[in-house]
Design a protein around this ligand. Structure first.
Ligand code: NAP
Length: 515
């Protein structure tokens, strides 16, 4: 078994059970202590298994480098076993009435909310984001399961008027079959449940390959799925060599659909791999969101929207603004208020109350953010705030980036073209609306975009002109289970959430009935 790149492979078994005790006190109230046991093995056919070789890799806390667990470093064999389990479970699961699939899914969402504190603590330990954000992610993650469980009961077919008197046309929507999900580290729970909820609700069975940095949140969801009564084989979780697992997934014709969230670069590779068996794909890829502030905007609302959208998860979100364009009349006010609001933000371990900026995920992320700041400055950008990557306290790693504001930004800089994935706001001045729209659309990406205005006509004009799958018009946090989430251009294909969510996991069948 080849060692996974960038992570330490360790001989010996995984399989310890993590007893995760949630912090008993938060929000000024004493809450009951919650406890969830998390297996650190792969879930295949309802059993917790090690890699056949026994190899493991370490999961660490990015804030401290503490080793939290060792998990199986699997590969092709794990993937084959998981696909076989999902194939065997498919006929029974698919045949259940929608309400009977919805019931354990609804229980899973309830269990996640009951265990929210423990799940959030685990998420912060392996991913780094502040505990308050992790609590929010668990609720958000559960909401996708609840939404899909409800939508399962509304998968309607159609009858269509025929042009022949002796024919009736019937349109059925049926589960695509075995589905594989490949997910990233930045939202370790929500990126799984946005796929798991609708796939299982539709009657598909599933294999999930979480990111190497954050497999524990996936194991925790799987544990709760078993407790909720999701049958063996319906949900399988495997960890290890991504390329080897991917190869098996795309080579086996049993897998009829792959849903991927991650970088555009890997998404492109998966599109090529999918060609062999013409596998259906959903791709939620990278973004490069613009954030426009017009002269007529409510500047305080724009500043708070900017903080919410840009600095959540230390800037490591696919929808976070990467380019701020501010109209000349309010430029000075916006930048001054943004810098003033960012300065007091507490940087530290996400487990400490009051912290609002946690660590970057790993050293590669640190190198990229540092490179983007240095590159911008070497091309003439000026530092209005921050710019330092450091260790904020004894025992913490040097992966903490100060909230950073760069001015005098131009298109020669990397920050203008590439996802920075850090708490860095590059700001540029514009004069006219048409110029702002042109600057905003000058990107191969098309995931999220934001703008602030109090002019109603402009609100409609700009919302329609932005070439993005998501537009936050006077809203820095548009993501919700009720709405379709996804991108255009190089940001992907398909939508998660809203009434469109089930489409991703259903095939359309046309039945022509001769009379
Ligand atoms: P990534 O490097 O593309 O990895 C994503 C997943 O793909 C991981 O599970 C990874 O496994 C796996 N993978 C890597 N190479 C593979 C291969 N050859 N075959 C099969 N699987 C492979 O992305 P990331 O760094 O985890 O996440 C950050 C990116 O995700 C950003 O670009 C962000 O914008 C994007 N994102 C998009 C959305 C959206 O909804 N549009 C949401 C969140 C994040 P390993 O971890 O084991 O390598």
């Amino acid at each position: 078994m080849a060692a996974k790149s960038g992570i330490k492979e360790i001989a010996g078994a995984a399989g310890q059970v993590l007893n995760l005790i949630a912090a008993p006190r938060y929000g000024g109230h004493l809450r009951p202590r919650q406890k969830t046991n998390v297996q650190t093995r792969n879930l295949i056919n309802g059993e917790w298994r090690d890699a056949p070789s026994g190899a493991t890799f370490e999961v660490t806390n990015p804030a401290t480098d503490e080793v939290i667990a060792k998990v199986p470093n699997g590969g092709a064999e794990q993937a084959k076993a998981a696909i076989a389990a999902a194939r065997a479970a498919l006929p029974g699961w698919r045949a259940l009435p929608a309400a009977e699939r919805a019931a354990p899914l609804a229980r899973l969402a309830d269990l996640m909310l009951e265990q929210r504190e423990a799940l959030a603590t685990l998420l912060t330990r392996e991913q780094g984001k502040p505990l308050a954000e992790s609590r929010g992610e668990i609720s958000y993650a559960a909401s996708f399961i609840t939404w899909a469980a409800e939508e399962a009961k509304r998968v309607y077919g159609e009858t269509v008027p025929s042009s022949r008197p002796d024919q009736r046309i019937l349109v059925l929507r049926q589960p695509v079959g075995v589905v594989a999900a490949i997910t990233p580290w930045n939202f370790p729970s929500a990126m799984i449940t946005r796929k798991l909820g609708p796939a299982l609700a539709a009657g598909c069975t599933m294999i999930v390959k979480p990111a190497e940095q954050t497999p524990l949140s996936a194991f925790a969801i799987a544990e709760l799925a078993l407790q909720a009564g999701i049958p063996a084989g319906v949900l399988n979780i495997i960890t290890g060599d991504a390329a080897a697992i991917g190869q098996v997934i795309f080579a086996d014709p049993t897998v009829r659909k792959v849903s991927f969230t991650g970088s555009t670069e890997v998404g492109q590779k998966l599109m090529v791999a999918a060609a062999a068996n013409v596998v259906r794909l959903s791709l939620e890829l990278g973004g490069h969101a613009p954030f426009l502030v017009f002269d007529d905007a409510n500047i305080d609302a724009a500043v708070s929207g900017a903080i919410k959208s840009k600095f959540r998860n230390a800037g490591q979100t696919c929808v976070c603004p990467n380019r701020f364009f501010v109209q000349a009349g309010v430029y000075d006010e916006f930048v001054a208020k943004l810098a003033a609001a960012l300065e007091p933000m507490q940087i530290g371990s996400g487990l400490d109350e009051g912290v609002s900026v946690g660590p970057l995920i790993d050293d590669a992320a640190v190198a990229k953010v540092r490179d983007h700041i240095d590159d911008a400055r070497s091309h003439g950008a000026t530092l209005r705030l921050g710019g330092k990557i450091f260790s904020p306290a004894a025992g913490l790693t040097e992966r903490f980036c100060q909230p950073t504001v760069l001015e005098n930004v131009n298109t020669s800089m990397k920050v203008s073209h590439e996802e920075t994935f850090g708490p860095v706001a590059p700001v540029r001045r514009f004069t006219h609306e048409a110029e702002a729209i042109e600057l905003a659309n000058d990107s191969p990406y098309g995931l999220a975009s934001y703008f602030y205005t109090r002019d109603n006509a402009r609100l409609w004009r700009v919302a329609e002109a932005l070439e993005y799958g998501i537009v936050g018009a006077n809203d820095g946090g548009p993501s919700t289970a009720q709405a379709p989430f996804g991108g255009v251009k190089m940001s992907g294909i398909g939508r998660e959430g809203g009434r469109y969510v089930m489409h991703e996991y259903l095939d359309i069948k046309y039945v022509s009935i001769g009379l």
